[in-house]
Design a binder for this molecule. Structure first.
Ligand code: NAD
Length: 491
C-alpha cells in the first residue's frame, strides 16, 4: 500500500513481548483503494497468459528459495515456532508455488468436451478464466504455508490478490508481498492490507470476486455473512479436531511417533494437527507407554534447541488450560504435561477423558493429545466421526488402512503417516462440516480461482435444426422418433 494509514499496530514476539514490527491499520477506504488498483493489475496479469505468469511465479519462487532463511527468521520472531519448523512450511509453500505455476495451463486451459448426438455439429469446449481480484484472509499458525495455498494458486489462475494476514503475523505478509513486488515490479498484482478483523471485514465488502479465508469457524461465519451482502463467493478453510486411529496390527513405534509429532509439533497450533487418538484395546497399553516416553522428551522454549515454541496467541493459553482442567475434573488423567508457565504449555497426554469433554469435542490448538481405548476399529471410526469438524486424520493399520481412511468423515487422511497429504501439491486440501468447504491445492484448488467458461462453436449446419422458428412439424416428428430410439427402450 502506498497510502499512509492514520493508525498503526505492533506485532510482538510471543516469547519475549518485544516489538517485531509496526504496521498500518488499513481502513475500509484504503482497502477499497487497494482492490481498485488490483483491478487494473488483474487485467495486465491475466493478459500475460499461463506462460507469462508461470515465468514470473518462478522468479518469485527463486527469491523465496534464496532468502528462505530470512523469511524463516520473521516467522520465528512473530509466531515463536522453531526456525527449522518455519523452514519446513516455507519449503512446502515453494513446492506448491512451482506446482501451481506448472499445472495451471493443463488444469484451467481450454479442454474439449463431447457435444452429444443432438448437438453433434457443435465443437464444445470449457476453459477456466480468472475471476479478477481475489481477497485472501489468513491465520497466524502457518503464516507462509497456509495463505500461500490460496495466493499462489489464485495468481497462477490469473487473478490479482489482496492479502490480509493475521494481526499476529503482519511482518510475514509484508515480506511475501515485498518479495513478489521485486519479482514482478510492473503492476500491483499482489498487495497487502494489514489490521485486525475490521480490515478483513472491509476486504469482504470491497468488491472482490472471491474471498479465500483460513481461520476459525467463528470468523468464517462472520465472513460468510459479510460476503452474503454482495453475493461474494467464499472458500472457508477452518479448524479441526483431527483423530489418529491405531489398529491392532499397526506399527506401534511409527504410530506413536506420528501421534506425538502430529499433536505436539508447532505447539499443537496446527489446523490438521492430531488432537484425539483412538487405539485398539489389544495394543493400547504399549502404545500409550511409547507416546508418554516420546512426549516427555519434548521441551518447549525459544532457544535453538527447543522442540516447540510458546503459544503464539496469549488468549489461547487459557483455552488450553480450560480443556485440560475440564478433562481432569471429569475423570481424565494427565500422564505427562501441565500448564504452569504463562507462555509455554508442556506436551500433555490425557487418558480416560469422557467423549463429551471439551478436550475431545472442541479445537484445543495446544500441544495436547487425548488417547482413548476402543474394542474395535468400527468403534474408533464412530467416535472419530462423532465431531462437528472434519478436516484431516490419520490411520495406522497394516491390513485395512485404506478402508478405514475412506470411512473417516474428513477431507483428507494419511495412512501409516501423519499430515503427509498437505505436502502433496496435487492433492486437494480442505474439510467438511465446521472445518469449512471448498479446496485449496491441486487441480481443485486452481479451479476455485477460475470461472468455468463453456463455449460451443458450430462446425456445420445440423441436419435437424431445433433452435429456430422455421422448425417444421416434420423435424419435430423426426426428433421425437430419434429420442425414443435413443432413450425409450424398456429395460
Ligand atoms: P481467526 O479466525 O481468529 O483469524 C483469521 C483471520 O481472520 C485473521 O486475519 C483475522 O484478522 C481475520 N478476521 C477476524 N475477524 C474478522 C472478520 N469479522 N471479518 C474478516 N476477517 C476477520 O483465526 P486464527 O486464530 O488466526 O487462526 C487459527 C484458526 O485457523 C484455527 O481454528 C485453525 O484450525 C484454523 N486454520 C485452518 C487451516 C485450514 O487450512 N483449514 C489452516 C490454518 C489454520
Amino acid at each position: 500500500m502506498t497510502t499512509v494509514a492514520a493508525k498503526t499496530f505492533d506485532s510482538l514476539n510471543p516469547a519475549t513481548d518485544e516489538v517485531v514490527g509496526t504496521h498500518p491499520v488499513h481502513s475500509a477506504e484504503e482497502v477499497e483503494a487497494a482492490v481498485e488498483r488490483a483491478r487494473g493489475a488483474a487485467l495486465w496479469w491475466a493478459g500475460l497468459g499461463f506462460a507469462g505468469r508461470a515465468e514470473r511465479l518462478r522468479r518469485w519462487k527463486g527469491v523465496l528459495t534464496r532468502r528462505s532463511a530470512q523469511l524463516a527468521e520473521v516467522v520465528h520472531a512473530e509466531t515463536g515456532k522453531p526456525h527449522g519448523d518455519a523452514m519446513l512450511e516455507i519449503i512446502l509453500a515453494i513446492d506448491h508455488t512451482e506446482w501451481a505455476a506448472r499445472n495451471a495451463r493443463k488444469v484451467l486451459g481450454q479442454h474439449r468436451r463431447s457435444s452429444g448426438l443432438l448437438m453433434a455439429n457443435q465443437a464444445a469446449t470449457v476453459e477456466y478464466q480468472p475471476l479478477g481480484v481475489v481477497g485472501v484472509i489468513g491465520p497466524w499458525n502457518y503464516p507462509v504455508f497456509t495463505p500461500m495455498g490460496s495466493i499462489a494458486y489464485a495468481l497462477a489462475a490469473g487473478n490479482a490478490v489482496v492479502f490480509k494476514p493475521s494481526e499476529y503475523t503482519p511482518g510475514v505478509g509484508r515480506w511475501l508481498a515485498d518479495s513478489f513486488a521485486e519479482a514482478v515490479p510492473e503492476q500491483p498484482v499482489f498487495q497487502l492490507v494489514t489490521g485486525f478483523g475490521e480490515t478483513g471485514a472491509a476486504l469482504c465488502r470491497a468488491g472482490v470476486a472471491k474471498i479465500a479465508f483460513t481461520g476459525s469457524p467463528g470468523t468464517g461465519k462472520k465472513i460468510m455473512a459479510a460476503c452474503a451482502e454482495t453475493l461474494t463467493p467464499v472458500l472457508i478453510e477452518a479448524g479441526g479436531k483431527d483423530a489418529l486411529l491405531v489398529d491392532a496390527d499397526a506399527d506401534l513405534e511409527a504410530a506413536a511417533d506420528a501421534a506425538v509429532w502430529g499433536g505436539i509439533s508447532n505447539a499443537g497450533q496446527t489446523c490438521v494437527g492430531i488432537e484425539r487418538v483412538y487405539v485398539h484395546e489389544r495394543v493400547y497399553d504399549e502404545f500409550v507407554a511409547k507416546v508418554v516416553a516420546k512426549a516427555t522428551a519434548i521441551r518447549p522454549g525459544f532457544d535453538d534447541d527447543a522442540a516447540i515454541g510458546p503459544i503464539t496467541m496469549p488468549s489461547q493459553v487459557d483455552i488450553i488450560r480450560r480443556h485440560i482442567a475440564d478433562a481432569i475434573k471429569r475423570g481424565g488423567r494427565a500422564l505427562v504435561g501441565g500448564t504452569d508457565d504463562a507462555r509455554y504449555v508442556q506436551p500433555t497426554v490425557l487418558v480416560d477423558v469422557p467423549e463429551d469433554a471439551e478436550a475431545v469435542r472442541e479445537e484445543t490448538f495446544g500441544p495436547t493429545l487425548t488417547i482413548a481405548k476402543v474394542a474395535t476399529m468400527d468403534e474408533a471410526i464412530d467416535k472419530a466421526n462423532n465431531s462437528k469438524y472434519g478436516l484431516g486424520g490419520s490411520v495406522f493399520s497394516r491390513s485395512q488402512g485404506l478402508d478405514l481412511a475412506r470411512r473417516l468423515r474428513t477431507g483428507m487422511v494419511a495412512v501409516n503417516s501423519v499430515i503427509s497429504f498437505a505436502g502433496v501439491p496435487s492433492l486437494p486440501f480442505g474439510g467438511v462440516g465446521d472445518s469449512g468447504f471448498g479446496r485449496i491445492h491441486g487441480p481443485e484448488g486452481l479451479r476455485e480461482f477460475g470461472r468455468p467458461k463453456a463455449i460451443t462453436r458450430q462446425r456445420f449446419r445440423a441436419p435437424l435444426v431445433l433452435t429456430t422458428f422455421a422448425r417444421t412439424k416434420k423435424v419435430d416428428a423426426q426428433v421425437a422418433k430419434l429420442i425414443t430410439l435413443l432413450h425409450g427402450k424398456r429395460r
